[in-house]
Design a protein around this ligand. Structure first.
Ligand SMILES: NC(=O)c1ccc[n+]([C@@H]2O[C@H](COP(=O)([O-])OP(=O)(O)OC[C@H]3O[C@@H](n4cnc5c(N)ncnc54)[C@H](O)[C@@H]3O)[C@@H](O)[C@H]2O)c1
Ligand SMILES: O=c1ccn([C@@H]2O[C@H](COP(=O)(O)OP(=O)(O)O[C@H]3O[C@H](CO)[C@@H](O)[C@H](O)[C@H]3O)[C@@H](O)[C@H]2O)c(=O)[nH]1
Length: 476
């Protein structure tokens, strides 16, 4: 297998964008073409104004500025990029299926399949095809079947190289990954392909951190890693409910157990519930796979992680309604944060969407401020949830219009909080800690409630100012 000198990445999203920017930066001798069917997204990646990049990630703009138009190119010419490439990364979205067999559980692989068919049709020479998207175990077999049916003589090696970056820290994670995982065929050609891809990463990743496995282990490790991480969050959130009943403090409990080196301190931050495009989707995919292979006990075990997360989001919303004297109808509730975590503009599966929906069903007036999420995204998220719930198109639904009319998005946090009955903190943006809380208190209705879904503001300081503060996992 020849050295990789030209890479095509299909999918210019949260994974393809940052991952390829870092490969291009660290490997100036490799040409990297990132392609997408979404022409607007490609135009945004090419925008000379770096604040217009489609993804907000700390440090990303600097990397793009260095490599773009040197050896990093963004384009919609997918066929040409496939033809020129030695290695093609498939980095397209794999959302939960919303229709038919496996609806609500299985990963929708139609975009991946389309990529495989396009590669099969276009490629005339041997290629390495890399699964960068998160895929169910044994997808490589399906890709191989499609590629082998081309009949044009090209030979393909299919590798699994899942991505473990977390949004908000993507560049730091890509610079110093805990591991790069590469799974491939066990025959000589498979091993050669693995080594060719490993050589790309060795330009900046120590060789001890590059772990190679059989392809099935690599595919399954990605789902397993996310399931374990999400399980820790659901576990500590389950304990947070008990803390609230008993007077224990979940942050103290988390610290106490995290000091045990067998448990470890990371990923024990109790919250309003995990969000993001990956955890729920990947666990549901794992549950579906377990059921498919007739392992119902294993399926039920993992499904509980998602159920616990739904419970946590619901508990937070219900506590707001209960505390505001059993109704939020006509009451102004300020939302600080809409993104699923800080330092990203991504809102997929954000807890904020579900909490807002529950309060809107009780006829609240919601006023949102998020430093990085635009208003149209917030409305689109709520509309999408309504279509998921009701199955009909939002345009035609008067109930959805009425619901969206009760949502206002602000550019300034103080406007969002002025005259509010309550503030709900949904994302842990650092700037929320530094607000002039005295001013906020003076401008709010009394009693002035704060529901801190991230345990980030100083409870004692706010209580001293007169606020009524509710945290996650802190009993009164
Ligand atoms: N977001 C993350 O932090 C993260 C981390 C690790 C792994 N993953 C996995 O990576 C994959 C991609 O996730 P993402 O967050 O980057 O998704 P995304 O939606 O941000 O980006 C996917 C892109 O693929 C494009 N696309 C879809 N079909 C295409 C086709 N046939 N040809 C060309 N372009 C096409 C879309 O237009 C979109 O721009 C998923 O499988 C996800 O589970 C995501
Ligand atoms: O102690 C914690 C840690 C996280 N979260 C929440 O969990 C969600 C996910 O956070 P995080 O994992 O940091 O972000 P993601 O970008 O979703 O990254 C996860 O999902 C990616 C996509 O598969 C993987 O690549 C990463 O390794 C994996 O961490 C967010 O809502 C966080 O607020 C908590 O509530 N408490």
């Amino acid at each position: 297998m020849k050295e990789i000198r030209n890479i095509c990445c299909i999918g210019a999203g949260y994974v393809g964008g940052p991952t390829m920017a870092v490969i291009a930066q660290k490997c100036p001798h490799i040409t990297v073409n990132v392609v997408d069917i979404n022409a607007q997204r490609i135009a945004d990646w090419n925008d000379t104004d770096l604040s217009k990049l489609p993804i907000f990630e700390p440090g990303l703009a600097e990397v793009v500025a260095e490599a773009r138009n040197r050896n990093l190119f963004y384009s919609t010419d997918i066929e040409k990029s496939i033809q020129e490439a030695d290695a093609i990364f498939i980095s397209v979205n794999t959302p939960t299926k919303t229709y038919g067999v496996g609806k609500g559980m299985a990963a929708d692989l139609k975009f991946v399949e389309l990529c495989a068919r396009q590669i099969a049709r276009v490629a005339k020479e041997d290629k390495i095809v890399v699964e960068k998207s998160t895929l169910p175990v044994r997808t490589a077999q399906a890709i191989r079947t499609i590629l082998d049916a081309t009949g044009n003589g090209a030979q393909f090696q299919v590798l699994s190289n899942p991505e473990f970056l977390a949004e908000g820290t993507a560049i730091a994670d890509l610079y110093a990954p805990d591991r790069v995982l590469i799974g491939g065929g066990e025959d000589a050609a498979g091993q050669e392909a693995i080594q060719a891809l490993a050589a790309v990463y060795r330009n900046w990743v120590p060789k001890e951190n590059i772990f190679t496995t059989r392809v099935w282990s690599s595919e399954l490790s990605k789902l397993t890693a996310n399931a374990f991480l999400a399980q820790r969050v659901s576990s500590i959130n389950a304990i947070s409910a008990l803390c609230e009943k008993t007077g224990a403090d979940v942050d103290e409990v988390a610290k106490a157990i995290g000091m045990d080196s067998r448990i470890g301190a990371k990923f024990l931050k109790s919250s309003v519930g995990f969000g993001g495009s990956c955890f729920q989707k990947d666990i549901l995919n794992l549950v579906y796979l377990c059921r498919h292979f007739n392992l119902p006990e294993a399926a039920d075990y993992w499904e509980q992680v998602v159920k616990m997360n739904d419970y946590q989001k619901h508990r937070f919303a219900k506590n707001i309604i209960d505390s505001l004297f059993n109704t939020v109808s006509g009451k102004k509730i300020a939302f600080l944060g809409w993104a699923f975590k800080k330092d990203t503009n991504d809102t997929r599966e954000s807890a904020a969407i579900y909490v807002a929906d529950e309060l809107l069903q009780d006829r609240a007036e919601i006023h949102v401020y998020d430093p990085k999420v635009p208003a149209e995204k917030i409305y689109a998220d709520l509309e999408y949830l309504q279509t998921q719930k009701t199955g009909c198109h939002p345009e035609g639904s008067e109930a959805t219009r009425d619901l969206l009319n009760r949502v206002t998005v602000h550019q300034n946090p103080y406007d969002a909080m002025k005259d509010a009955h309550a503030i709900a903190i949904l994302t842990e943006w650092d700037e929320f800690k530094t607000y002039d809380w005295q001013k906020v208190y003076e401008e709010m209705l009394k009693p002035a409630f704060v529901f801190d879904g991230r345990n980030i503001v100083d409870k004692a300081q706010l209580e001293a100012l007169g606020f009524e503060v509710y945290n996650i996992g802190k009993g009164k």
